[in-house]
Design a binder for this molecule. Structure first.
Ligand code: UDP
Ligand code: MG
Length: 316
């Protein structure tokens, strides 16, 4: 019998997990597939671990990975993928925003001999229930990143997806420290089919993503999958050199014709401010890339496990 591994990154989800477990097992019961649930407790500050352990005691299919601190959802997903053993692997949020009811459909698409899909992803077609300003910036982000990067990022794509073992293994080959999964999923290629659904509100608890967290995540995505900002910095530099060159010629010619009355001091200050602003901005862009490279060269572990009921895991 084929097995599906479900990976659930959890951060302070003590309220949502029981609902999630109830729903997913309801779906699993009606399927002819074996299941394995890997709850990754990403350093929660509430009783998430106890809740998972209680479920794991009753159900052998429930596995847990408990991190030594909060490493972020990206790390939690990676850990889950590494320790999963299923022929198919799904990643799902604990808050039921990713409807478990889609799993049978996803599986039938992957198993369809007439189709050649390696992954079925899910896409929200609406952002109902989300703050308007957040939706606006999210949309702008996808527009920008798709212009800057060769890797296609699908607007509204969730991390919720069912993948074949082959695709999971390819993702695990990408061992970078600064992980931006939406890009990594695209990077590995394979054929993905998108299922669309309306946004669903989380069943309990609160979103862990503040505006600032999302903003830095967006920057991370751009830095990880595009070097265009570096080229933009260089382009602005060249453009300004060119403008300066033209201005010098104009000033020299004007001085030769009209003499040199001392004026233009305010405009000079403005220009100095503007140009130094551009310089610092460009330095900042280079700094972002440098800092990512710096972290990458340290080869720190992506996650650290404090406790798990999965036997054959590597420590770290
Ligand atoms: N999550 C996590 N680590 C974090 C933040 C979030 O494992 O540092 C998990 C969280 O428990 C949830 C999923 O990632 O299962 C998505 O988070 P959330 O629902 O807060 O995001 P949203 O759906 O609002 O984008
Ligand atoms: Mg959610």
């Amino acid at each position: 019998m084929k097995k599906i591994s479900i990976i659930i990154p959890c951060y302070n989800e003590e309220q949502a997990i029981p609902y999630f477990y109830k729903e997913i097992t309801k779906i699993a019961k009606n399927m002819k597939t074996d299941f394995e649930y890997i709850f990754v407790n990403d350093g929660s500050k509430d009783k998430t671990l106890d809740v998972i352990k209680k479920i794991a005691k009753k159900d052998k299919k429930v596995k847990y990975i408990h991190f030594s601190r909060n490493f972020g959802k990206e790390s939690a997903m990676y850990a889950g993928l590494e320790l999963s053993t299923g022929d198919y692997v799904a990643i799902m949020d604990a808050d039921l925003q990713d409807p478990p009811a889609l799993i049978p459909e996803m599986l039938s698409i992957l198993e369809d001999p007439n189709e050649d899909y390696d992954c079925v992803g899910s896409r929200r077609v609406t952002r109902k229930g989300e703050p308007k300003i957040r939706s606006f910036f999210a949309r702008q982000f996808y527009k920008i990143i798709n212009k800057l990067s060769k890797i296609e990022m699908v607007d509204g794509a969730r991390d919720f997806r069912l993948m074949t073992r082959q695709m999971v293994n390819s993702i695990l080959e990408l061992k970078e420290y600064n992980r931006y999964s939406k890009g990594l999923f695209s990077f590995v290629g394979y054929n993905t089919k998108w299922l669309e659904y309306e946004n669903i509100k989380r069943v309990a608890g609160e979103t862990k993503w503040s505006f600032w967290k999302l903003f830095t995540y967006a920057i991370e995505g751009i830095i990880a999958f595009s070097t265009t900002p570096l080229a933009i910095a260089a382009f602005i530099g060249i453009l300004f050199c060119f403008i300066a060159f033209i201005l010098i010629i104009i000033i020299v010619v004007r001085t030769l014709i009209y003499g040199d009355p001392t004026s233009g001091w305010p405009s000079l200050v403005c220009i100095i401010f503007f140009v130094s602003g551009i310089q610092l901005f460009s330095l900042g862009i280079i700094g972002e890339y440098l800092s990512k490279t710096y972290l990458e060269t340290k080869k720190r572990p992506i996650y650290i496990i404090k406790e798990t009921n999965i036997n054959d895991h590597k420590t770290i």
